[in-house]
Design a protein around this ligand. Structure first.
Ligand code: SF4
Length: 386
């Protein structure tokens, strides 16, 4: 690959070899004015990933190409310093999506060579790629759309036929996996393993990025949900939400369970739609149609499945103590809401008693809590939504 392509696809092994061949000391990279642009672009790269899309520049000349190439190791240092699994997933996905946009415009010859780099060998035929079915399964397994199922593909002598854009889509998965594993897989450094000078360089940016990421999580989790209370969600739904935010495609059954749960507890179709707008395959029109269908556009709204069904489809993830006493994710949420409101009422009542009797708030609350145990037992025995 030429330098421009290495700059645009900095996660390929040839790009790492190119950076190594420059023999740059860490000190120079971190402090020399010659690499200021690369450092700034590294920070920008991670910030853009946080917003969802890394913009690739039009590269003019070797100097810009080198800066773009060197920005990648800087970006990686920052992601390691932020030290958050979801953040790492988000970054890896953004890198893969940016590369995918470019790959779609590359020639078939380039894609074939690129695929080899990731162990995705293919043969060209009639404007298609023919892949061994084991490679196809490996790279298409995260894709849950029916069209990717092996049974829905043309298969000849153990080879699966895919179109050029589909091959590029499989490469997106391969890149995402490589970038993510290189940042959080076995044997990779954690933030505490980074050299002191790297940590010092990264610290101010990492703090800012963490804050921005927390704000984004809250925007998704609280503001956009209106009166919905995400901190009270059952573990299965919280897990599905975290996966969606990290850009992981959900199995169809979990997608249905999460969507119907959120709609039932009062989230709007637009808010649910916004949640899915991080998926690499996001198709607003199609997703909105599916959400509206679950919301009842064609008659009756669908209810989320009970725990037993969730277990059958392998969607009961993170079961905890309260899960033992309910049999529907909505019951979990109802109970959590009940306890939260009850607690709030008791605190307010205790405050009033402080005013009327001159007791301390702690004393008043202590009295209330003495009778709470038996009452909680009664509440847990009430019927939830089935
Ligand atoms: S037991 Fe029910 S509510 Fe709890 S994690 Fe499993 S499916 Fe969700």
């Amino acid at each position: 690959m030429d330098l421009e392509h290495l700059a645009l696809y900095p996660f390929v092994s040839e790009a790492s070899a190119e950076v190594e061949s420059l023999n740059l000391s860490l000190e120079r990279l971190l402090s020399s004015p010659a690499y200021r642009t690369a450092r700034a672009r590294g920070v920008e790269r991670v910030s853009q990933a946080l917003e969802g899309e890394i913009e690739k520049p039009s590269i003019v000349g070797d100097t810009q190409a080198l800066s773009e190439l060197l920005s990648y190791p800087f970006a990686r240092m920052l992601v390691i310093a932020v030290d958050d699994q979801l953040f790492t997933k988000r970054y890896a996905l953004a890198e893969a999506k940016a590369a995918h946009t470019l790959l779609k415009t590359e020639s078939m010859e380039f894609l074939l060579e690129f695929g080899e780099e990731f162990g995705l060998s293919a043969e060209p035929q009639d404007f298609h790629f023919k892949l061994h079915f084991t490679d196809y399964i490996r790279f298409s397994s995260p894709l849950k759309e029916a069209a990717w199922k092996l049974t829905n593909r043309q298969l000849q002598a153990g080879r699966v036929w895919v179109k050029k854009e589909e091959f590029a889509r499989l490469l997106l998965e391969a890149i995402r996996e490589r970038v993510e594993k290189s940042l959080s897989g076995e044997g990779t450094p954690s933030s505490s393993d980074l050299p002191a000078e790297v940590l010092e360089f990264c610290a101010p940016y990492a703090v800012e990025l963490k804050e921005k990421f927390e704000v984004r999580k809250k925007q998704f989790g609280i503001t956009d949900f209106g009166d919905v209370e995400p901190e009270l969600f059952p573990p299965c739904i919280s897990h599905a939400l975290a996966s969606v935010r990290a850009g992981i495609n959900l199995a169809h059954s979990m997608r249905f369970a999460m969507t119907s749960f959120l709609l039932t507890i009062g989230m709007s179709t637009d808010d649910v739609l916004a949640l899915f707008n991080v998926s690499p395959d996001f198709d607003a029109e199609k997703t909105l149609y599916q959400i509206e269908h679950i919301a009842g556009s064609s008659g009756t709204p669908y209810k989320p499945p009970a725990c037993e069904t969730m277990r059958t489809y392998g969607n009961c993830i993170g079961k905890n103590g309260l899960c033992e006493r309910i049999n529907h994710p909505l019951s979990y949420y109802q109970k959590k809401l009940y306890f939260k409101n009850k607690d709030k009422e008791e605190r307010e009542a205790a405050k009033n008693e402080v005013g009327e009797k001159g007791e301390t708030e702690k004393e008043a609350l202590g009295k209330k809590n003495m009778g709470k145990k038996g009452e909680a037992g009664r509440v847990e025995g009430t019927e939830g939504t089935e």
